[in-house]
Design a protein around this ligand. Structure first.
Ligand SMILES: O=c1ccn([C@@H]2O[C@H](COP(=O)(O)O)[C@@H](O)[C@H]2O)c(=O)[nH]1
Length: 237
Protein backbone atom coordinates (compact mmCIF):
# COMPACT_ATOMS: atom_id res chain seq x y z
CA UNK A 1 0.00 0.00 0.00
CA UNK A 2 2.98 2.30 -0.35
CA UNK A 3 1.78 3.47 -3.76
CA UNK A 4 -0.18 6.74 -3.58
CA UNK A 5 -2.62 5.90 -6.40
CA UNK A 6 -6.02 4.33 -5.75
CA UNK A 7 -7.93 3.31 -8.88
CA UNK A 8 -11.72 3.50 -8.48
CA UNK A 9 -13.25 0.36 -10.00
CA UNK A 10 -16.57 2.01 -10.72
CA UNK A 11 -17.96 -0.83 -12.80
CA UNK A 12 -21.23 -2.72 -12.48
CA UNK A 13 -20.00 -6.28 -13.05
CA UNK A 14 -17.01 -8.49 -12.37
CA UNK A 15 -16.63 -9.10 -16.13
CA UNK A 16 -16.01 -5.40 -16.69
CA UNK A 17 -13.52 -5.39 -13.82
CA UNK A 18 -11.72 -8.41 -15.24
CA UNK A 19 -11.34 -6.90 -18.69
CA UNK A 20 -10.08 -3.64 -17.16
CA UNK A 21 -7.57 -5.40 -14.91
CA UNK A 22 -6.26 -7.50 -17.79
CA UNK A 23 -4.62 -4.28 -18.97
CA UNK A 24 -2.62 -4.27 -15.71
CA UNK A 25 -1.83 -7.95 -15.47
CA UNK A 26 1.78 -7.34 -14.40
CA UNK A 27 0.91 -4.78 -11.70
CA UNK A 28 -0.40 -4.96 -8.16
CA UNK A 29 -2.77 -2.00 -7.90
CA UNK A 30 -4.42 -0.28 -4.98
CA UNK A 31 -8.08 -0.43 -6.07
CA UNK A 32 -11.29 1.03 -4.70
CA UNK A 33 -14.48 -0.99 -4.66
CA UNK A 34 -17.46 1.30 -4.20
CA UNK A 35 -21.19 0.86 -3.83
CA UNK A 36 -21.88 0.24 -7.52
CA UNK A 37 -19.64 -2.82 -7.76
CA UNK A 38 -20.03 -4.19 -4.22
CA UNK A 39 -23.83 -4.02 -4.20
CA UNK A 40 -23.98 -5.93 -7.48
CA UNK A 41 -21.21 -8.49 -7.03
CA UNK A 42 -21.03 -8.84 -3.24
CA UNK A 43 -18.06 -10.09 -1.21
CA UNK A 44 -16.85 -12.51 -3.91
CA UNK A 45 -15.42 -9.57 -5.86
CA UNK A 46 -13.20 -8.81 -2.87
CA UNK A 47 -11.88 -12.39 -2.80
CA UNK A 48 -11.10 -12.24 -6.52
CA UNK A 49 -9.24 -8.96 -6.22
CA UNK A 50 -7.27 -10.22 -3.22
CA UNK A 51 -6.31 -13.40 -5.06
CA UNK A 52 -4.91 -11.24 -7.86
CA UNK A 53 -2.74 -9.44 -5.28
CA UNK A 54 -4.44 -6.05 -5.29
CA UNK A 55 -4.79 -3.83 -2.21
CA UNK A 56 -8.39 -2.88 -1.53
CA UNK A 57 -10.21 0.21 -0.31
CA UNK A 58 -13.82 -0.82 0.31
CA UNK A 59 -15.61 2.51 -0.10
CA UNK A 60 -19.09 1.92 1.34
CA UNK A 61 -19.24 5.18 3.35
CA UNK A 62 -21.23 3.76 6.25
CA UNK A 63 -23.60 6.21 7.93
CA UNK A 64 -26.10 4.79 10.43
CA UNK A 65 -26.66 4.46 14.16
CA UNK A 66 -23.58 3.30 16.10
CA UNK A 67 -24.83 -0.25 16.77
CA UNK A 68 -25.58 -0.90 13.08
CA UNK A 69 -22.25 0.50 11.95
CA UNK A 70 -20.37 -1.52 14.58
CA UNK A 71 -22.02 -4.80 13.55
CA UNK A 72 -21.54 -4.07 9.85
CA UNK A 73 -17.85 -3.26 10.33
CA UNK A 74 -17.42 -6.46 12.35
CA UNK A 75 -18.55 -8.39 9.27
CA UNK A 76 -16.54 -6.32 6.80
CA UNK A 77 -13.36 -6.85 8.85
CA UNK A 78 -13.50 -10.54 7.94
CA UNK A 79 -13.13 -9.73 4.22
CA UNK A 80 -9.48 -8.81 4.68
CA UNK A 81 -9.66 -5.44 2.93
CA UNK A 82 -7.04 -2.78 3.67
CA UNK A 83 -9.15 0.35 4.07
CA UNK A 84 -12.83 1.08 4.88
CA UNK A 85 -14.77 4.25 5.59
CA UNK A 86 -17.70 5.99 7.23
CA UNK A 87 -19.24 9.45 6.96
CA UNK A 88 -17.90 11.73 9.70
CA UNK A 89 -21.33 13.39 9.83
CA UNK A 90 -22.53 10.21 11.57
CA UNK A 91 -20.79 11.59 14.67
CA UNK A 92 -18.02 10.51 17.00
CA UNK A 93 -20.02 7.75 18.77
CA UNK A 94 -20.64 6.16 15.37
CA UNK A 95 -16.97 6.45 14.40
CA UNK A 96 -15.80 4.87 17.66
CA UNK A 97 -18.35 2.09 17.11
CA UNK A 98 -16.94 1.52 13.61
CA UNK A 99 -13.49 0.99 15.08
CA UNK A 100 -14.80 -1.34 17.79
CA UNK A 101 -16.54 -3.44 15.15
CA UNK A 102 -13.38 -3.64 13.06
CA UNK A 103 -11.29 -4.60 16.07
CA UNK A 104 -13.74 -7.32 17.13
CA UNK A 105 -14.13 -8.67 13.60
CA UNK A 106 -10.50 -8.78 12.48
CA UNK A 107 -9.38 -12.42 12.55
CA UNK A 108 -6.39 -13.30 14.74
CA UNK A 109 -3.10 -12.72 13.00
CA UNK A 110 -4.60 -10.27 10.48
CA UNK A 111 -4.22 -6.50 10.51
CA UNK A 112 -7.29 -4.41 11.25
CA UNK A 113 -8.42 -2.54 8.11
CA UNK A 114 -7.62 1.13 8.43
CA UNK A 115 -10.71 3.27 8.85
CA UNK A 116 -11.19 6.78 7.53
CA UNK A 117 -14.07 9.26 7.52
CA UNK A 118 -15.53 11.26 4.65
CA UNK A 119 -15.50 14.93 5.65
CA UNK A 120 -17.31 16.65 2.78
CA UNK A 121 -17.78 14.94 -0.58
CA UNK A 122 -15.59 16.39 -3.32
CA UNK A 123 -18.78 16.99 -5.33
CA UNK A 124 -19.96 19.47 -2.67
CA UNK A 125 -19.40 23.19 -3.24
CA UNK A 126 -19.32 25.92 -0.64
CA UNK A 127 -22.61 27.19 -2.05
CA UNK A 128 -24.24 23.76 -1.54
CA UNK A 129 -22.97 23.72 2.04
CA UNK A 130 -24.83 26.93 2.77
CA UNK A 131 -27.98 26.60 0.67
CA UNK A 132 -28.66 22.85 0.69
CA UNK A 133 -26.98 21.49 3.83
CA UNK A 134 -27.60 24.70 5.83
CA UNK A 135 -24.02 24.71 7.10
CA UNK A 136 -23.16 28.28 7.91
CA UNK A 137 -19.36 27.80 7.86
CA UNK A 138 -16.66 27.72 5.20
CA UNK A 139 -15.72 24.45 3.50
CA UNK A 140 -12.31 24.52 5.17
CA UNK A 141 -13.79 25.04 8.65
CA UNK A 142 -16.26 22.21 8.08
CA UNK A 143 -13.65 19.77 6.78
CA UNK A 144 -11.31 20.64 9.67
CA UNK A 145 -14.09 20.13 12.19
CA UNK A 146 -15.10 16.72 10.81
CA UNK A 147 -11.43 15.71 10.58
CA UNK A 148 -10.98 16.65 14.25
CA UNK A 149 -13.93 14.45 15.21
CA UNK A 150 -12.45 11.58 13.19
CA UNK A 151 -8.99 12.08 14.66
CA UNK A 152 -10.27 12.29 18.23
CA UNK A 153 -12.42 9.19 17.67
CA UNK A 154 -9.24 7.25 16.85
CA UNK A 155 -9.73 6.95 13.08
CA UNK A 156 -6.73 6.66 10.81
CA UNK A 157 -7.57 9.54 8.49
CA UNK A 158 -10.12 11.19 6.26
CA UNK A 159 -11.47 11.57 2.75
CA UNK A 160 -11.40 15.19 1.58
CA UNK A 161 -10.28 17.26 -1.38
CA UNK A 162 -6.52 17.73 -1.72
CA UNK A 163 -7.34 21.45 -1.47
CA UNK A 164 -7.88 20.95 2.27
CA UNK A 165 -4.83 18.77 2.91
CA UNK A 166 -2.35 21.50 4.00
CA UNK A 167 -4.78 22.57 6.72
CA UNK A 168 -5.12 18.99 7.99
CA UNK A 169 -1.38 18.30 7.82
CA UNK A 170 -0.70 21.40 9.91
CA UNK A 171 -3.18 20.23 12.56
CA UNK A 172 -2.74 16.44 12.63
CA UNK A 173 0.78 15.84 11.29
CA UNK A 174 2.16 13.51 8.63
CA UNK A 175 0.72 10.16 9.73
CA UNK A 176 -2.97 11.10 9.54
CA UNK A 177 -4.06 9.61 6.20
CA UNK A 178 -5.67 11.84 3.59
CA UNK A 179 -7.46 10.06 0.74
CA UNK A 180 -8.33 12.58 -1.93
CA UNK A 181 -10.69 11.99 -4.87
CA UNK A 182 -11.65 14.81 -7.24
CA UNK A 183 -8.51 14.30 -9.33
CA UNK A 184 -8.48 15.52 -12.92
CA UNK A 185 -5.77 15.97 -15.51
CA UNK A 186 -5.29 19.61 -16.58
CA UNK A 187 -8.07 20.75 -18.93
CA UNK A 188 -10.11 17.60 -18.34
CA UNK A 189 -13.86 17.95 -17.70
CA UNK A 190 -14.76 18.05 -14.00
CA UNK A 191 -18.08 16.24 -14.51
CA UNK A 192 -19.88 16.02 -11.17
CA UNK A 193 -16.75 16.86 -9.15
CA UNK A 194 -16.35 20.36 -7.70
CA UNK A 195 -13.21 20.55 -5.52
CA UNK A 196 -10.74 19.18 -8.08
CA UNK A 197 -6.96 19.27 -8.40
CA UNK A 198 -4.46 17.74 -10.82
CA UNK A 199 -2.28 14.77 -9.78
CA UNK A 200 0.80 16.94 -9.36
CA UNK A 201 -1.09 19.61 -7.39
CA UNK A 202 -2.33 16.85 -5.06
CA UNK A 203 1.24 15.72 -4.45
CA UNK A 204 2.42 19.30 -3.84
CA UNK A 205 -0.44 19.77 -1.38
CA UNK A 206 0.87 16.79 0.59
CA UNK A 207 -1.86 14.18 0.24
CA UNK A 208 -1.26 10.54 1.19
CA UNK A 209 -3.40 8.92 -1.54
CA UNK A 210 -5.24 10.16 -4.63
CA UNK A 211 -8.34 8.36 -5.90
CA UNK A 212 -8.72 8.33 -9.67
CA UNK A 213 -11.69 6.85 -11.47
CA UNK A 214 -12.96 7.99 -14.85
CA UNK A 215 -9.71 9.69 -15.92
CA UNK A 216 -8.33 6.15 -16.12
CA UNK A 217 -11.30 3.81 -16.50
CA UNK A 218 -12.93 5.85 -19.28
CA UNK A 219 -9.69 6.71 -21.05
CA UNK A 220 -9.15 5.49 -24.60
CA UNK A 221 -6.03 3.73 -23.28
CA UNK A 222 -6.42 3.15 -19.51
CA UNK A 223 -2.90 1.75 -19.11
CA UNK A 224 -1.38 4.85 -20.73
CA UNK A 225 -3.63 7.06 -18.56
CA UNK A 226 -2.29 5.30 -15.44
CA UNK A 227 1.29 5.80 -16.66
CA UNK A 228 0.50 9.49 -17.32
CA UNK A 229 -0.88 9.77 -13.77
CA UNK A 230 2.38 8.40 -12.35
CA UNK A 231 4.47 10.72 -14.55
CA UNK A 232 2.44 13.78 -13.60
CA UNK A 233 2.57 12.86 -9.89
CA UNK A 234 6.35 12.80 -10.26
CA UNK A 235 6.30 16.20 -11.95
CA UNK A 236 7.19 14.82 -15.38
CA UNK A 237 5.17 15.60 -18.50
O1 LIG B 1 -15.73 12.78 -1.56
C1 LIG B 1 -15.67 11.80 -2.32
C2 LIG B 1 -15.69 10.50 -1.85
C3 LIG B 1 -15.59 9.47 -2.74
N1 LIG B 1 -15.47 9.68 -4.06
C4 LIG B 1 -15.34 8.51 -4.96
O2 LIG B 1 -14.10 8.60 -5.68
C5 LIG B 1 -14.27 8.22 -7.02
C6 LIG B 1 -13.94 9.37 -7.92
O3 LIG B 1 -14.22 9.05 -9.26
P1 LIG B 1 -13.84 9.98 -10.49
O4 LIG B 1 -14.36 9.23 -11.66
O5 LIG B 1 -12.33 10.12 -10.49
O6 LIG B 1 -14.51 11.31 -10.29
C7 LIG B 1 -15.72 7.71 -7.15
O7 LIG B 1 -15.70 6.32 -6.97
C8 LIG B 1 -16.43 8.37 -5.99
O8 LIG B 1 -17.47 7.56 -5.49
C9 LIG B 1 -15.47 10.96 -4.53
O9 LIG B 1 -15.38 11.22 -5.74
N2 LIG B 1 -15.56 11.99 -3.64
Amino acid sequence: MDQPFIVALDFSSKEEVQSFLQLFSDTSLFVKVGMELYFQEGPTIIDELKQRGHYIFLDLKLHDIPNTVKRTMKGLAKLGVDLVNVHASGGSAMMRAALEGLEEGTPNGMKRPRCIAVTQLTSTSEQMLVHELLVDRTMKDTVLHYASLAHDSGLDGVVCSAQEVPLLRARFGPTFITVTPGIRFANEAKGDQVRVVTPNEAKQLGTTYIVVGRSITKAHDPHEAYERLKREWDGEQ
